[in-house]
Design a protein around this ligand. Structure first.
Ligand SMILES: [Mg+2]
Ligand SMILES: [Zn+2]
Length: 188
């Protein structure tokens, strides 16, 4: 039996699902969901997309958060999405520092490659939503069909918009990104 390949919307975490913090997200009580982000997960699921989170978490190798606590955050986040009627299928994170030169820290495409090794994903019909141009570059390098930049929770990232690869669309938050993706996918 062959499995139908998944259409996935890859989500950056900090600045997309929850507000980012200059002090890093170190524990579950630091997580503040951006309004509408969890119902946007459900909206994407209802339109036939699986949702997978891909996130740089150098706080792990900086010693600011333990892998156990990071896992707790992600389990609670999945539970919160489920309580809103949606599903976060999986979370892939990069624990490395920039200077470690790993293959998974965005803008490198390693996290999306790992997701594709685990699940049958149709990358051309998949999208990425992020709040930094490194997310957009990651999507391009991995071969995603589309990439959307959001400004919610991290307006400081926006001066970088003119640098690096251009997104297919720029919107204010994840609900807007979800609506655009659903419209865009229906036209393809
Ligand atoms: Mg981010
Ligand atoms: Zn890494």
């Amino acid at each position: 039996m062959t499995r139908e390949p998944l259409r996935v919307v890859f989500l950056d975490r900090d600045g997309v699902i929850n507000h980012d913090s200059p002090d890093y997200i170190r524990r579950w009580s630091d997580v503040r969901f951006i309004p509408g982000s969890l119902s946007a997960v459900r909206m994407l699921n209802d339109a036939g997309f699986a949702v997978i989170v891909v996130t740089n978490q150098s706080a792990v190798h900086r010693g600011l958060i333990s892998p156990v606590e990071l896992d707790r955050i992600h389990r609670n986040m999945k539970r919160a999405a489920a309580a809103a009627g949606g599903c976060i299928t999986d979370v892939f994170f990069c624990p490395h520092l920039p200077e470690e030169g790993c293959d998974c820290r965005k803008p490198r495409p390693g996290l999306i490659r790992r997701a594709r090794n685990k699940y049958p994903i149709d990358l051309e019909k998949s999208y990425m939503v992020g709040d930094r141009t490194t997310d957009i570059e990651c999507a391009r390098r991995a071969g995603c069909g589309g990439a959307v930049l959001v400004s919610a929770g991290n307006t400081a990232a926006f001066p970088g918009v003119d640098e690096g690869p251009h997104p297919d669309m720029t919107v204010v938050n994840l609900p807007e990104a979800a609506r655009w993706i659903i419209r865009n996918a229906s036209r393809k």
